[in-house]
Design a protein around this ligand. Structure first.
Ligand SMILES: CC(=O)N[C@H]1[C@@H](OP(=O)(O)O)O[C@H](CO)[C@@H](O)[C@@H]1O
Length: 733
């Protein structure tokens, strides 16, 4: 029996479709009562394998969670190779698989494979994790069964927050260059930038005590672990840590945001700064009690404006001309949008609900700050912005205040994004783009083979003309024929492969155009010479210094890697970079294999230049990801830097009173929306009725939209006063 047939048969026997209603994979996966979900998890396990194969064997993720929904619910989110949500184009495949009858499962799988042109022979790797819901263990098993039924390699990480799984998927696909694919790697990455930013920061009004509601969810064990990395820089006091209460019950970010009240278990007093996480750790909102005893919410809009105004000030002081923008959804409070546009003078875009839409739009800016009002969000720095910021921070011709501001931007960027990613991204994109060419040049060991003596082409980053020039040649004997992107995992699957013959006579490196005439290749034939074209010596010196400082601060958190540490030198850093370039050309599934002595990997030369231990050591301390934990560290850093209390943060603008409701209707799919979900186009007459109601209230605004994660309609309304706003809607008019 073939694998697809067998997997479909296993599904029919062990995970039969138990629901006849039509479901859809929505805003962020699927969520519903847990009892009926196991066949869906099994099928999503199958889909994740096909998706990984579609991504040429890169690691994909599968998270078992229903985020802020009640404990009885559960759900699943599929994750793409760089830690983002599965592409929208694949959501239709998920919906098809969820709804197909058991006897049509095999043909539905075949259909997806055919439509997407998936090579089923490529091995698939999937990382899975789950939140703390009682049903998560059983549902994870169903997903793993699905993955294994289609022959996927599954790494089950157990309990993780959703952003932690995103991080791990990204680390694995960048061969650990994004970070170590472990929880420890995650904590030390986030906290090292936080500690650096706060170094020597004295405050008088900002308090280092933060009170956190953990929603009785997966953030509880994770924040406990994080605390051990924070020293006294931030004292986190926890509540709803899962020791007694129920997940998301009268607690958590969604409860606090929608109810506009403190979570259960909080003795909220004026002067306390508090934050609430959601069930899977990807949202955060802040709150406090005013001096006159009122509850005040600092939601995603307030977090976005805090971060954007901080970044905007630093951009101005540093003299950087980067285009900063903010992305919101229809749920953003009207006052926040007005403040951002009129006072901050920052452009704002509005997109449909769901982080995937915000993330996508944020990419239109050099620096895109995006947040849903409920606390989902982060900041996206374009590659160009990352480079400009790093350059500005090391430009000795600038005055001290401009350099300091750029330096602050670098550290803030690191708290979200880490320098290492900047380099890796740059190397991956620039050098991978030129991969076949670099490889060809680097392997030429004699003048006859030297492309610079045999052709008139220059190799410069701008000359991206002939990616196809190796592809279009007929096969030639010799090493230039070995430019290939196959990935070998086990020696025994590699039968017939050609062992890369990369044994240069010279010091490995690249020959620059000057070599053609000067014959002084030794001067340029080091990886460093090529790298210097892109990164100035000052910049590299600064990275070495950051890394050495970073080691001093966090070395003790990684005792095994800290052993026999010697300060990173510029020359060594260039070798490290050369190895990164090499890894983007010659791909294997695990970092360790570059140092393997097994026959298949024998030709790899990494060990000639740097020991595996030293490479890992540099990687570990070289100086990451948008999530609620990283958002919290960034907010805390900005508040400390500004020396602000919650009142000062909150004073920028006053929210219009608002209300959010969810209403069960017979068929929510009949409601269709437009204009980033702010207006309805169907059923006829609905929008006109809303317009008439809204027109009666000053600053009135209201919309309805079908939820993408629950079987409900969502209703939102805001107006200038609480007494009058929305009451007709609440009364069901
Ligand atoms: C009003 C609201 O909170 N909507 C949430 C909710 O989407 P709905 O499509 O509204 O169900 O879940 C999404 C995924 O977690 C989240 O991104 C979004 O903000």
């Amino acid at each position: 029996m073939n694998l697809l047939k067998q997997a479909a048969e296993t599904g029919r026997l062990h995970y039969p479709r138990s629901l006849q209603t039509t479901l859809s994979y929505g805003t962020a996966g699927i969520r519903m009562r847990a009892e009926k979900l196991d066949y869906i998890l099994y099928r999503m396990g199958l889909l994740s394998v096909i998706f990984s194969k579609f991504r040429k064997g890169q690691v994909t993720g599968l998270m078992v969670t229903a985020s802020h929904n009640p404990a009885e619910d559960n759900g699943v989110k599929l994750i793409d190779t760089m830690g983002e949500m599965m592409p929208i184009a694949w959501e239709k495949h998920a919906t098809e698989l969820i709804n197909v009858s058991d006897d049509k499962l095999e043909s539905a799988l075949e259909e997806i494979i055919k439509e997407e042109g998936v090579d089923v022979n490529i091995p698939a790797v999937i990382c899975t994790a789950m939140d703390t819901r009682p049903s998560s263990v059983q549902l994870s098993k169903a997903a793993v069964d699905g993955i294994e039924a289609l022959g996927g390699e599954c790494h089950n990480y157990g309990l993780l927050t959703t952003p932690q799984l995103h991080y791990i998927v990204c680390c694995r696909n960048t061969k650990e260059q994004y970070g170590l694919p472990t929880e420890e790697g995650y904590y030390s990455k986030l906290t090292s930038a936080f500690l650096e930013f706060n170094k020597g920061q004295s405050t008088s009004k900002y308090s280092r005590d933060l009170h956190v509601d953990l929603a009785n969810g997966v953030s509880a064990p994770k924040i406990k672990a994080l605390k051990t990395y924070l020293n006294d820089t931030l004292n986190i006091h926890t509540c709803n840590d899962g020791s007694s209460g129920q997940l998301n019950y009268q607690c958590g970010a969604d409860f606090v945001k929608v109810g506009q009240c403190p979570p259960i278990g909080f003795d909220l007093q004026p002067g306390m700064r508090c934050a609430s996480y959601d069930g899977d750790g990807d949202r955060i909102v802040y709150f406090y009690k005013t001096k006159d005893g009122k509850f005040a919410l600092l939601d995603g809009d307030k977090i976005a404006t805090l971060i954007a105004s901080f970044l905007s000030d630093l951009l101005t002081t540093s003299g950087l001309k980067l285009n900063l923008g903010l992305v919101q959804t229809a749920y953003a409070n009207g006052s926040s949008t007005k403040y951002i546009t009129d006072v901050m003078k920052v452009p704002v875009a509005c997109v449909p609900t769901g982080v995937k839409h915000l993330h996508h739009k944020a990419g239109d800016f050099d620096i895109g700050v995006y947040f849903e009002a409920n606390g989902h969000g982060t900041v996206l720095f374009s590659e160009g912005a990352q480079r400009s910021i790093l350059q500005q921070a090391s430009d000795s011709s600038l005055d001290q205040s401009a350099r300091d501001a750029a330096g602050r931007l670098v550290t803030a960027m690191n708290m979200i994004n880490q320098t290492q990613q900047t380099f890796a991204l740059h190397l991956f994109t620039t050098f991978s783009h030129q991969a076949s060419k670099i490889y060809k040049i680097a392997m030429s060991s004699s003048e006859e083979n030297d492309p610079y003596t045999s052709s008139e082409e220059d190799f410069t980053p701008e000359s991206s003309s002939s990616e196809s020039d190796t592809e279009n040649q007929s096969p030639q004997p010799g090493p230039t024929n070995n430019v290939q992107e196959r990935t070998y995992q086990h020696a025994d699957t590699a039968e017939g492969c050609v062992i890369p013959q990369f044994r240069p006579d010279n010091v490995p490196g690249l020959r620059l155009p000057e070599d053609r005439t000067k014959k002084d290749s030794a001067k340029y034939s080091t990886p460093g010479a090529f790298f210097k074209l892109f990164f100035t010596l000052e910049l590299v010196g600064q990275v070495c210094q950051y890394t050495n400082d970073n080691f001093t601060r966090i070395g003790h958190t990684k005792p095994s890697l800290a052993k026999n540490w010697s300060p990173l030198t510029e020359d060594e850093f260039y070798v490290f970079v050369a190895l990164l370039m090499y890894m983007s050309l010659v791909r294997v599934t695990r970092l360790d294999l570059y140092w393997s002595t097994q026959q298949l990997f024998h030709g790899f030369w990494a060990r000639t230049f740097m020991s595996k231990f030293r490479f890992k050591q540099i990687q570990a301390f070289l100086k990451t990801v948008g999530d609620a934990i990283s958002d919290m560290l960034l907010v805390e850093s900005i508040l400390a830097y500004r020396d602000w209390t919650c009142e000062e943060w909150d004073s920028a603008y006053t929210d219009l009173p608002s209300i959010m409701l969810k209403i069960k209707v017979e068929d929510r799919t009949i409601v269709k929306t437009t204009d980033a979900e702010r207006r309805t186009t169907s059923p006829p007459g609905l929008q006109e009725a809303i317009d008439q109601l809204v027109a009666k209230y000053k600053f009135g605004r209201a919309f309805v939209r079908p939820s993408g994660t629950e079987d409900v309609m969502r209703v939102y309304a805001e107006a200038d006063t609480k007494q009058k706003n929305c009451s007709p809607l609440m009364a069901g008019e």
